[in-house]
Design a protein around this ligand. Sequence first.
Ligand code: UFG
Length: 351
Amino acid sequence: MAKTESVQDTCVLVTGGCGFIGSHTVVVLLERGYEVVIVDDLSNSSEKVLDRIDQIVGDDAAQRLTFVRADVADKDALDAVFDEFQIDAVIHFAGYKAVGESVEKPIEYYSNNIGNTLALVDVMRNHGCKSIVFSSSATVYGDPDALPLTEESPKKPATNPYGWTKWMIEEILASLVVADPEWNVVLLRYFNPIGAHASGLMGEDPKGIPNNLLPYVAQVAVGRRDAVHVFGDDYNTPDGTGVRDYIHVMDLAEGHAAALAWMANKTGCEVFNLGTGTGTSVLEIIKAFSAACGRELPYVIEPRRAGDVTANYADCTKAREVLGWEAQYGIAEMCRDSWNWQSNNPNGYEG
Ligand code: UFG
């Protein structure tokens, strides 16, 4: 990040800022006093989220937000953004994220996720902005040999093109630092982000049938779908269903703010896990969501889903010790906020 007096002088470009994690992070940044420019092509998000951000942060803070509708791969559009704004740092969320779809459309996934990152860092370099926070994923750990996962745990071969894009972009960004020590790269490996803003104004709004567990469960709760499909009950876990480290999206958003504050005036490449350190099974999630929405949610046991790992959860010691960040919310609060969002917006932003 460029040398600045305070966050009030700091302008952050947030790619994919209208998406699920991006929008929640933008709220936190505006509340901290940052100036924020969102670049999003709305290919998998809604412009309506911008009104919701305004409602949450208030008009004064919202004045520090600019939205540019553009594809991050469009270098001319990015150039114009960097010409107009003195961007100090970038948080790069924009990318395709559906694991199953990536198997069907590898060219689109590699080209979009890797192509837009290369376009972005090229434009950044040309404008002398060399600070970037990247949305990586626990997927880079593959099927782990040992739990919990620390940042030292080995990266394993990905099982799908989406996972490979996260894997490769980490390598690409690390290479920038080797080539030019002025770069300042933070790789945040998210575990499973769920939940929603406590206001019920913002949340996850996947297009089509949700691939991920939580939005699917939430849509069953609201009556859009009949029953949760549990992918396998014969895993080597306490109840046989898959175990993941679910993290509240607001905790994740705070993690980005912590990373941004920490990296100011530094250089190098650092990796942080962002999770809670606690594993939760699919059946435990269904139970917790049932409690949150006040009715037993129906589910059916299905065969395992290809490519799923048995269990993963994070060791978040490094983020706590270095960034001073720690997740605050548990599963009950994640389900409460997710239900609050879904019940107030049964059809998402377009409802
Ligand atoms: N699951 C179901 N039914 C569903 C959806 C999921 O039983 O309808 C199960 C899965 O089998 C798994 C758990 O719920 O055990 C969580 O599945 P998600 O699809 O919600 O999340 P994943 O852990 O598979 O994927 C997440 C992110 C990916 C990332 C991956 C690995 O969504 O971006 O973690 O870190 F690549």
